[in-house]
Design a protein around this ligand. Structure first.
Ligand code: ADP
Ligand code: MG
Length: 704
């Protein structure tokens, strides 16, 4: 079967999907104004409505007689309208008296328009009303019924309705109508799943699955493990795994190069290290060397808990590239981190005689030109930088290795953009966030992994304690004692609001208060400061006059000041587990014992209590990551929204982990047999990729 597309290249969404990618404003009941709301809350396209799943149900199937209606319950009643009593005074309601054979009930309306109600509820006629029945001064009443309808419509109303997560300004009725509209637009799509597999799983067809999830009949139908939900989750996961596999296959197709160093520079750098490498570091280095000197392109994840010493390992890989006559680049997510990497790397590269440059958004004009010239000529062996590295005019003489730090902040495309600056560039991705196996799979697909499981020798454990905000004064006193004893302290202020400005204000306020007590010893750093100012404060904290550093979460990733031994985290209950773990990893880096104080605001939710408990109990990042996945579900993990980690609309990795494995296996099998997705199932799977907006991956197919 062939699917028409509107481009010869075949890299454009198939026509069959066009109705689903129309603007949401084209759906019934959504004009431009409501459309904007839906766009912001749910998504811009019709297809986004399909993925917006119900979060609850309203059961209107209870149809008692008035006298028997249980108070507090939603009921659908068939009543005769007896009379109208308009609102006797402002703020008193308008009442409509209704009756059936068993008794009376008042329909109650505040701020009502009488003429409208007279038309809706004509005296003497019978109507079906549905809503919550309550008792007020011994009279049954129903305030603002959800439905008022003619008797012949009773059957339609007296059923179970889906409830959707809402956003301010959108009513359930509007949303339901729009979802219905979206379902009605669903074209007859070809079945992209393997028939035998569907039969074995007893999963419904795609259309049936969508209809089912949008028409729950009971609470049980809302669970993630219903056949319909599983089918849809699997569709989404398969699209994810297929896309990753295509990108990977594309990268592997471009053959790599044999990058074989003679070990000369590495030996010089190692001799300059003030410590000995751990066994885990040596193992990772060996794995990386083996990848680099093979014909295949390296795509390896170097995963290690904070402070496990990834930078040194990366440096050794970079030196290998230089020994082989090439260059290496390190891409960092923030300027602070880029500078810090530069400092570490320069220190060790200098003894090896390798020239290292820094390139961030702040290098401009003549300075930037000089850096670019050094890269183009090959005089500069290593460049460390931020996104600025990816710009088009950054050209290398011979880039052999791209190292990407804290990868979960970057998308796959930045990774490709950087490695595209050379021929068959080897890629090493470093992540300090221990990511559970399931998530690694969704973010990177099947790549090779080296793990640094062992902390460098001599590290002392971190004692973690939790204190309610009421103990603030006590904590400040403890901080004072610690400062007097020559320790350095981090004081972290959390995200307060959606707005960065407000977060900064909170940090400024705390800084002002602490500065009153500690004077110029207290410094402040936050995301809104100019780069140079940030650097100066960090520098002062690392070596100089500042011993107490108040900050927003800008210090979250990677910052390395071994002399810092105390961290106070305000409103710890607002952070995710992984983030708290990341933050805490800034201390415990030296040979002195460290303490982390989690200040929390009472009352603590159950999850927040669990999070703080786990942190007090373990420092093992992998354990913490697994617990986090259980507590929060994958959607929230790592603060996925800004992170570049894929977010799923239908799959929930905390329950669909096994489906992910199956999706990976299926993707592999499909591409083994049909690497270009040309066969019948291949063509259908292309539709799936477009449906889940994995368009970019389709581009890596050689033809359409
Ligand atoms: P990560 O990037 O994994 O969080 P870093 O590479 O920044 O960790 O290393 C953290 C600190 O530990 C640095 O100060 C680094 O110099 C030091 N370090 C790295 N490896 C060792 C080791 N084998 N022994 C002692 N200290 C080490
Ligand atoms: Mg690091």
């Amino acid at each position: 079967m062939a699917f028409p597309t509107n481009s010869q290249a075949g890299c454009v969404r198939p026509q069959i999907l066009f109705p689903l990618f129309a603007d949401v404003t084209t759906l019934p009941g959504l004009g431009p104004r409501l459309g904007k709301l839906v766009e912001g809350a749910i998504g811009p396209h019709v297809v986004d409505m399909l993925w917006h799943l119900p979060s609850g149900i309203v059961d209107r199937s209870y149809t008692p007689r008035i006298a028997e209606a249980e108070p507090g319950r939603i009921a659908t009643l068939t009543v005769r309208i007896e009379g109208h009593i308009p609102s006797p005074a402002p703020r008193r309601p308008y009442r409509v008296i209704c009756r059936d054979a068993s008794g009376d009930i008042d329909l109650v309306f505040f701020h009502a328009r009488g003429d409208f109600l007279v038309k809706q509820l004509p005296v003497g006629e019978t109507r079906v009303v549905s809503g919550r029945v309550e008792f007020f001064q011994d009279r049954a009443q129903m305030a603002h019924p959800d439905y008022i309808a003619k008797p012949e419509e009773a059957a339609e109303i007296a059923g179970v309705e889906a409830v959707y997560p809402l956003t301010a300004g959108l009513t359930l009725k509007t949303l339901r109508k729009a979802v219905r509209g979206a379902l009605d637009r669903l074209p007859d799509l070809p079945e992209w799943q393997d028939a035998a597999w569907l039969a074995r799983q007893r999963w419904p067809a795609f259309r049936d699955a969508l209809e089912t999830v949008h028409a729950p009949q009971s609470e049980a139908d809302l669970l993630s493990l219903t056949p319909a939900r599983q089918r849809l989750a699997f569709d989404e996961l398969l699209a994810n795994q297929l896309a990753l596999a295509l990108i990977r296959a594309h990268q592997k197709r471009q053959s790599g190069r044999v990058i074989l160093g003679d070990g000369r520079l590495r030996a010089l750098a190692e001799a300059a290290l003030p410590f000995t490498l751990t066994g885990a570091q040596r193992m990772a280095m060996a794995e990386i060397s083996a990848d680099m000197d093979s014909e295949k392109r390296m795509l390896r994840l170097l995963q290690g808990d904070v402070g496990s010493g990834k930078t040194v390992v990366a440096l050794m890989a970079m030196l290998t590239a230089i020994e082989a006559g090439g260059q290496a680049a390190l891409l960092a997510p923030t300027e602070i981190l880029a500078r810090q990497h530069l400092a570490t790397i320069e220190r060790l590269a200098a003894p090896a005689g390798v020239k290292v440059a820094l390139l961030t958004g702040r290098e401009k004009g003549k300075n930037r030109e000089a850096i670019l010239a050094g890269l183009a000529s090959g005089e500069t062996g290593i460049v460390v930088g931020t996104h600025a590295l990816i710009q088009e005019d950054v050209v290398f003489r011979d880039l052999m290795l791209a190292v990407i730090d804290e990868q979960h902040r970057f998308g796959v495309h930045q990774r490709i953009a950087l490695s595209g600056k050379g021929r068959g560039v080897d890629v090493l991705v470093m992540t300090a966030t221990p990511i559970p196996r399931t998530l690694t799979l969704t973010a990177y697909g099947d790549l090779d992994v080296s793990r640094l499981t062992e902390k460098p020798a001599g590290r002392k454990p971190i004692v973690t304690i939790a204190k309610p905000t009421e103990s603030l004064e006590e904590v400040v006193a403890a901080v004072e004692r610690a400062l007097n004893a020559g320790n350095k302290v981090y004081w972290v202020c959390p995200l307060v609001a959606e707005s960065e400005a407000l977060d900064v204000a909170a940090a400024e306020e705390r800084h002002a208060a602490l500065a009153q007590r500690f004077g110029p010893h207290a410094g402040l750093v936050h995301g809104r400061m100019k780069g140079a100012d940030k650097d100066r404060v960090m520098e002062e904290f690392s070596r100089g006059a500042v011993d107490l550093l108040v900050s927003t979460t800008v210090i979250e990733v990677g910052v390395d000041v071994p002399a810092a031994t105390i961290m106070v985290i305000e409103h710890a209950e607002r952070f995710g587990l992984a983030q708290l773990h990341q933050l805490r990893g800034r201390i415990g880096r030296g040979d002195k014992p460290s303490t982390c104080i989690l200040l929390y605001q009472k009352p603590l939710s159950e999850t927040a209590t669990a999070r703080l408990k786990i942190l007090r109990e373990t420092e093992d990042g992998f354990v913490i990551a697994e617990e986090d996945l259980k507590l929060r579900g994958a959607g929230d993990l790592l603060g996925t929204k800004q992170s570049g980690m894929p977010t799923f609309r239908l799959a929930d990795l905390s329950v669909h982990g096994e489906l992910l494995q199956a999706a990976r296996d299926d993707a592999r099998l499909v591409l083994d047999r049909d690497p270009e997705l040309q066969g019948e199932r291949g063509q259908r799977l292309r539709v799936l990729l477009y449906l889940f907006e994995r368009d970019a991956a389709v581009r890596y197919l050689r033809s359409g």
